[in-house]
Design a protein around this ligand. Sequence first.
Ligand SMILES: [Ca+2]
Length: 586
Amino acid sequence: MTHFHRRLRHGAAGAAAAAMAIALIAGSGSQAAQTSPLAPGSAPPPSICAATLAVAWPESGTRIERATPVPAGTIDHQAIPAHCDVYGIMHERRGVDGQDYAIRFHMRLPEAWNGRFFFQGGGGSNGEIGDALGRVSWVRGSSITPAIARGYAVVSQDSGHDNQRNSDPKRGGATAFGFDPQARADYGHASLAPVARAAKAVIAAYYHRPIARSYFLGCSKGGEEGMVFAQQHPEMFDGIMAAAPGFALPRAAVEETWEVQRIAQLLAKPVAFPAFHTALTDQDLSIAGHAIAKACDALDGAVDGVVSNPAACTTARVRPQIEAKVCKAGQSDCLTRAKADTLYDLMRGARRGDGSAIYADWAWDPGVATPGWRIWKLGSADGKVPALNIVLGGASLHSVFIVPPQEVPGDPQGLLDAELRFNVLTDGRKIDATGGGFTRSPWQDVSARSTDLSAFAARGGKLIVPHGAADPVFSLRDTLAWWEGVNARAHGAAASFARVFPVPGMNHCSGGDATDQFDGLSALEDWVEHGKAPAAIPAKGDPQAPWPERTRPLCAWPSYARYTGHGSLEDGANFVCTAPPGRKTV
Ligand SMILES: [Ca+2]
């Protein structure tokens, strides 16, 4: 759900810029070695923007399909500089499923380069080549400047399959690539390093000077990709933002299916897809959200509708407030017993017989009452947008996250039925299975949850991990548990190279009643290039939030934003990152 199709609106005549690019070629290719890579004013001009660009490809068979000079213009009211727009292709092959696959990548190379490289992560099941703008925020209408507009050379990629070419309705539609072992590996991890190396080669050919710094930013699947780089290719990037990381995607997919089954228990059988979104109404979720706020809002010192201290917002604290809203005889503004119990189970997450979590539990946050939460678990309240846990989750679970992959009907009812048939305990083990041409399990291919970041730390790499507390897809609690594991392994020193920034109220990557507009790239630059580790990242309200002008510090876990007791609740300056008792502020 993170694909954005945007059309570049040219602000100047293309022919003039092309002529300019050709004129610039005259003096290229000389004093690169003596030039500071971060001083664009003194650098040689870039080479001509053309498919014939003389790239020293790291792998044979890689080529530029087309390269076009693009004049300065605007995209979504954002000024975009003159740049060379490049489409490349590599690893063209015929899959064992008979489909033709390739890794396609897209680059934008600004004529005025800041010496830095930006790899833009993917989203969902990928298969889209991406806009290569270098998105820094996933908030719709965000004012956060994309990397291309800061002078970064940007690459995006499709991760080895194409949603138009490789889609098969019998095999989950766009997730059909999961039936091909190499395509699945490329999706999970294997396309990343080859694209990064190819992109660096294009940059070398175009600018004739070395890359000063390399950054990766992504959210969701893109967050998983950032974790792959940090854990498996630690030498490649200086700074990585892995937001809401899907680094345990196969487990999360099983969790999604279990949640569909649990919610379906509220409905009449056989469960009809058109009724699914009615299992929990907006009123139900609003009652729950208010109960959670009543239990936990004040634990950060400010009754501001935001639970900024998620660690203190325990089930033991929330349960009495939910119980107080369970229906008594003749009551209507209440939760039925069955709905309250469903909510407890959803927040506790899928469990094995011994009580251990299959995936993770979930942070209690009033954001359960926001549209970005229910759209995944239930679908939109009006039924127009189907539950993403069914239409995305059901398709990807059967095509990508189990071995052997399984053909299921692609319509919503067919996907719902397939999820209801899935035995979470026994079929769930197929995320760790190999065989039938798959030498690696789905877990090995599409996860990156190692707590060993020692190589990345040793090379000076810096990792920031923002994650919404009301994310309904990947659990903040799982990300926090991972960081605690990293910290234990690093003997309490993880904050010197990796920091998690919970975003209270935020849904998946953006949205919700949250301060979800923040500049993670500038925070990373400060850390990587100036040694300024971020204790807090300044954030501003979502444009759709009740308080779009509100500001807050996003605090590095385990600290949280605590109200000083003085001044406006709308002003982040009146909040201080505070460690809970027994923990130290990083
Ligand atoms: Ca609060």
